[in-house]
Design a protein around this ligand. Structure first.
Ligand code: ADP
Ligand code: MG
Length: 231
């Protein structure tokens, strides 16, 4: 469902070009669950930004579900992302002034009508153990609960592809375990493809497949160039 061909990404900093990613070929099937590990600064977030279409590669082709994302303009990539991709981040990015329910509702705007939408949200809240927390604002929830809300927000429109960038990075280990399992279970039950970036090797071990970013990114011979530049 995801095909990457000859994708390169470089950044220009202070007149120098820093190569970040150079992926000659990578295929991911529908329903696969892959942990992507690697040290800080190795390009993991950049990889997810490219796959989600937040960023464009300098060259190469990214195809998701038969659509050539890398050839769309920014507006089309945004539309594609909101319909087909769920994105989960380390720091949740919930809107502080809105309740859990309202935060989730934001992801559904326009897609479904009134009552069935409310029922759907209630069902999802129950599924992630937050049945009685729908009217809580983020500050009235634990960090683990906030991440559960963010997971529902990312999954409720049933995207084919779920991307998570260090989803347990700011949680204690016990909560991190729970959140990791929840993500695996939810995506498995809907046969969604799940790519999780993590530097938590415990978490990576739970995944059927774990890949180091260097395995995906065949270049990396220029890693030391990055080290020379204080970014
Ligand atoms: P990771 O998520 O593995 O920690 P990132 O993908 O965030 O790594 O970053 C990879 C490298 O690219 C880092 O060296 C980082 O400093 C650099 N980088 C990321 N974004 C930019 C940018 N917008 N401009 C220049 N350099 C960047
Ligand atoms: Mg990162």
């Amino acid at each position: 469902m995801l095909e990457i061909r000859g994708v390169r990404k470089r950044f220009q900093v202070a007149g120098k070009t820093i190569p970040i990613l150079d992926i000659s070929e990578w295929n991911v099937n529908q329903g696969e669950q892959i942990a992507i590990t690697g040290p800080s600064g190795s390009g993991k977030s950049t990889l997810l930004h490219l796959i989600s279409g937040i960023m464009k590669p300098d060259s190469g082709v990214i195809t998701i579900g038969g659509e050539r994302l890398s050839e769309m303009n920014e507006a089309s990539r945004d539309t594609y992302r909101s319909a087909h991709i769920g994105y989960i981040m380390q720091d949740f990015y919930l809107i502080p002034s809105l309740t859990a329910r309202e935060n989730i509702q934001m992801a559904l705007s326009g897609s479904r009508k009134g009552k069935s939408r409310q029922a759907n949200i209630a069902e999802w809240l129950e599924r992630v153990g937050l049945k009685d927390r729908g009217h809580h604002k983020p500050a009235q929830l634990s960090r683990g609960q906030q991440q559960r809300v963010a997971i529902v927000r990312a999954l409720i429109h049933e995207p084919e592809l779920v991307l998570a960038d260090e989803p347990t990075g700011s949680l204690d280990w016990e909560t991190a375990d729970e959140i990791g399992n929840l993500l695996l279970e939810l995506c498995d039950s809907q046969r969604q493809t799940l790519l999780v970036v993590t530097h938590d090797l415990n978490m990576a071990e739970r995944f059927p497949v774990s890949k180091h970013i260097h395995e995906i990114n065949l270049m990396n011979r220029n890693m030391q160039v990055q080290g020379d530049i204080a970014i």
